[in-house]
Design a protein around this ligand. Structure first.
Ligand code: AMP
Length: 546
């Protein structure tokens, strides 16, 4: 027997309709590429999204066509989120930090019909325009007054001009909720990036789950600053969450340095923010140097890479900002786990609580996870045994776009239907998952695994160390041993021996790195993760040489 409830499809357009109708005068504030601060409301955003849908229709865009964007976090990008997906086309956000060849590759692979871009990316667009065979026109996200002159890009259009000539009278179409809404490519640290194609249904379910109190805990009383870019897994869903709950949005545009972020946080009374550890490091350094405090900021979600416990403690103990450590992937839309406390953790002292919070957290409802051994058999949740992390759920990838790389799901009997994340993790009895490594980054010393993340966390807790990366270096006796590459803080003094002594008592003796190499910087990829493959190429023979 079927239930007798109304059928309402889960569509992206319903989010902006809701935000307009129930939170119409809530603000969206953006730092623009043009340099000024722009502010308007959800009602304005909805009106301009409808104008954009009409403009795209006039340009001949049809359902399922892919439309690319190379843009910062800002109100025009938000209008594209709703205008493109809302009309049934596919929003393809492109990470401008990828290598230019990879960008040209994914535009071609996605068969983007139009490419919207912020003026910052004009040089990039010039470099790739001739290679983008499927792109009918490039649309500069600005007004006529700021349009680039003297460019040889053929088919250059102006965003504001398009909108001005388009009516706001538009009825969002009603279609199957399994229709694709957004396309994001993985960062492609190994091989070419692969496309993950989200559906309206998967995005809406992810939005409900991500907004929950034990996830990102967002409400109409929040002012949210997504520092995580809208080209990195939909800014972790925040442009959707804000519409669902009616929270004010503050977009930082290209201003991601500590000073610009702090200014926005204070002037717009931001309560909640989200970003990768490297960005927060910049903000914390700015606060320290200028002797500043937050007046309204209450919570921040840190993810994309492991949040060092020193950063966690600094935010909480010195600045009164609660840290939510989260784990996710492009393949998971992205949210998988959040380190929200359970009732019994609340009575813990700050030290013990920090140890729990430093883990990547518990699965949000909708995501199921397990760890498995090499034989595919599930391993115990004892917080000690580590294995490959597998996930499944309605917002987990089933297949990459255009079947690139074949079926990503395991097909053996034990792990059938689970997505292998490539992360290695433990899970404790409370269900808190802790990433110890990427499977390709684990250090296997004498057959036993050593967690590079734990070693890096300890290294950056040393006052003289700004950042660190631990890699597997070849070893004659143990096959591999940990080698620590460390970047000193400006003007700080520390020797390799002093740094190694700092590990004493903090980890098992045999986990202590064999050597330390001080470097000027560690290479970072397009989404703020350390490129360990580059470091391995350069240093994997270091211990054989010494
Ligand atoms: P991406 O698809 O670019 O978001 O990258 C996903 C990968 O980032 C995951 O598979 C993890 O290896 C890593 N990652 C994400 N969040 C965390 C975290 N909180 N701690 C450690 N690694 C993380």
């Amino acid at each position: 027997m079927n239930g007798l409830m109304l059928q309402k499809r889960l569509l992206i357009s319903s989010l902006i309709v809701h935000a307009d109708r129930h939170h119409g005068d809530t603000e969206i504030v953006s730092r623009r590429v043009e340099g000024d601060i722009h502010r308007y409301t959800f009602r304005d955003c909805h009106r301009r999204s409808r104008q954009m849908a009409n403009a795209l229709t006039r340009l001949g865009v049809k359902a399922s066509d892919r439309i690319g964007t190379l843009a910062w976090n800002g109100y025009r990008h938000m209008e594209l989120y709703y205008g493109i997906s809302g009309m049934g086309a596919v929003m393809h956000t492109i990470n401008p930090r990828l290598h230019v060849d990879q960008i040209a590759y994914i535009i071609d692979h996605a068969e983007d019909q139009y490419l919207f871009f912020d003026l910052t990316f004009l040089p990039l667009v010039k470099a790739i325009a001739g290679r983008c065979k499927t792109v009918k026109a490039f649309i500069a996200m600005t007004d006529l007054a700021h349009m680039p002159r003297d460019t040889d890009i053929v088919n250059l259009l102006c965003y504001e001009d398009l909108l001005e000539r388009s009516s706001a009278a538009y009825e969002w179409p009603n279609f199957d909720e399994d229709t694709a809404c957004t396309l994001c490519y993985t960062s492609g640290t190994t091989g070419n990036p692969k496309g993950v194609l989200y559906s309206h249904r998967s995005a809406l379910l992810h939005t409900y789950a991500a907004a929950l109190p034990d996830a990102l805990n967002c409400s109409a009383c929040d002012v949210i600053l997504p520092v995580v870019p809208m080209f990195h897994v939909n800014a972790w869903g925040i442009p959707y969450i804000a519409c669902m709950v009616g929270a004010k949005l503050v977009f930082p545009g290209p201003g991601l340095d500590g000073g610009s972020l702090y200014e926005l946080i204070e002037s717009e009374r931001v309560t909640f923010s989200a970003g990768v550890p490297t960005v927060w490091q910049g903000l914390l350094t700015h606060l320290e140097q200028a002797g500043l405090k937050f007046s309204t900021m209450k919570r921040t979600v840190i993810g994309g890479a492991a949040c060092p416990s020193t950063m966690l403690r600094k935010f909480q103990d010195e600045y009164g900002v609660e840290v939510l450590h989260a784990w996710g992937m492009t393949e998971l839309s992205p949210l998988g786990t959040v380190g929200a406390m359970k009732a019994r953790h609340l009575a813990m002292n700050p030290e013990e609580r920090c140890a729990v919070q430093s883990k990547q957290g518990r699965a949000v409802f909708g995501v199921d996870m397990k760890i498995v051994g090499a034989d595919g058999k599930e391993l115990p949740w004892d917080g000690l045994t580590s294995g490959e992390l597998m996930v499944r759920g309605p917002w987990v990838v089933r297949n990459y776009f255009r079947n690139e790389g074949g079926n990503p799901l395991r097909i053996d009997a034990e792990t059938h239907g689970w997505f292998p994340t490539g992360d290695v993790a433990t899970i404790d009895a409370d269900g808190f998952m802790q990433i110890t490594d990427r499977s390709k980054d684990v250090i296997k010393s004498g057959g036993e695994w050593i967690s590079s993340i734990e070693i890096e966390n300890i290294a950056v807790a040393h006052p003289a160390i700004a950042s660190a990366a631990c890699i597997a270096a070849k070893h004659r006796k143990w096959d591999e041993r940990p080698l620590l590459l460390a970047v000193k803080r400006p003007e700080a003094q520390v020797t390799a021996e002093q740094l190694l002594a700092f590990f004493e008592g903090k980890i098992a003796k045999w986990w202590t790195p064999d050597a330390v190499v001080f470097v000027d910087a560690v290479p970072l990829g397009a989404t703020g993760k350390v490129l360990k493959n580059q470091l391995r190429d350069a240093f994997q023979d270091y211990l054989l040489r010494s």
